[in-house]
Design a protein around this ligand. Structure first.
Ligand SMILES: CC(C)(COP(=O)(O)OP(=O)(O)OC[C@H]1O[C@@H](n2cnc3c(N)ncnc32)[C@H](O)[C@@H]1OP(=O)(O)O)[C@@H](O)C(=O)NCCC(=O)NCCS
Length: 203
């Protein structure tokens, strides 16, 4: 394969390739076409972004989606990495990943990337990725949840003053709050259990 005819482009700038890309992805991971198209249509400059590998601006050969990681703003999560079945084993996956990393570094000004995989560890380790702790793209915090703990603080329980002349009036104290989250709001890594291998690379 002549790599000179290949480009990696943001799909929202070339929406005419969305349907072809949708088919390519669904050929690997079958899913409703509507849902898949919605994922691709969500692509934008500021993440999520879908990048496609395309030959001669006509044939879509691969795809990779970049998603924000709420707790790691200097990185993004690479997912739905796929090369068209007929074209695997020709270094196109490596080419796509290299261009995706360049995009992350030069366009998004990120300093690292994360991903998870089940079975493609070798492919990624050859590209310089190493195993890391699980990360979440859904905003689970691994920091203490200060705001939640604040709400559970006794400072927020305000008792009505007891009138001096009638001590028999009952103080209207609200019921106690629910117990604070276990482990001071830190969600331990073990609760983000997954059979996947998480990997990262410094750019
Ligand atoms: C994984 C995938 C993107 C690789 O694309 P590709 O174009 O076939 O990969 P390359 O030709 O660039 O391979 C680069 C190297 O990785 C190796 N490699 C590729 N896929 C591999 C795999 N599944 N297991 C082990 N090694 C693999 C290749 O042998 C090659 O090694 P070499 O440099 O020593 O020759 C492609 O196989 C694919 O789309 N798979 C299905 C979807 C998928 O599983 N995506 C990953 C989700 S995490």
């Amino acid at each position: 394969m002549d790599l000179r005819n290949l480009e990696v482009l943001a799909i929202h700038k070339y929406p005419e390739h969305m349907e072809e890309c949708c088919k390519l992805i669904n050929d690997e991971w079958p899913r409703s076409e509507t849902a898949r198209m919605m994922m691709l249509q969500a692509s934008c400059d500021t993440l999520p972004t879908s990048l496609i590998l395309i030959r001669d601006r006509t044939l879509v050969l691969g795809h990779c989606k970049l998603t924000r990681i709420p707790n790691i703003p200097e990185s993004c999560f690479l997912e739905t990495v796929v090369i068209s079945k007929k074209f695997r084993g020709q270094k196109l996956g490596s080419f796509l990943m290299t261009k995706v990393e360049e995009y992350c570094k030069n366009e998004l000004k990120l300093t690292m990337v994360h991903l998870s995989t089940k079975g493609q560890e070798n492919f990624y380790s050859k590209l310089g990725y190493s195993v890391c702790a699980p990360v979440s793209i859904y905003g689970y915090s691994q920091q203490p949840l200060q705001s939640i703990n604040k709400n559970y603080s006794n400072e927020n329980i305000v008792a009505k003053p007891v009138p001096k002349e009638n001590t028999s009036v009952r103080v209207n104290i609200p019921p106690p709050p629910p117990p604070p989250p276990i482990n001071n709001g830190i969600i331990p890594i073990s609760t983000l259990k997954s059979s996947k291998t998480y990997m990262s690379k410094v750019l």
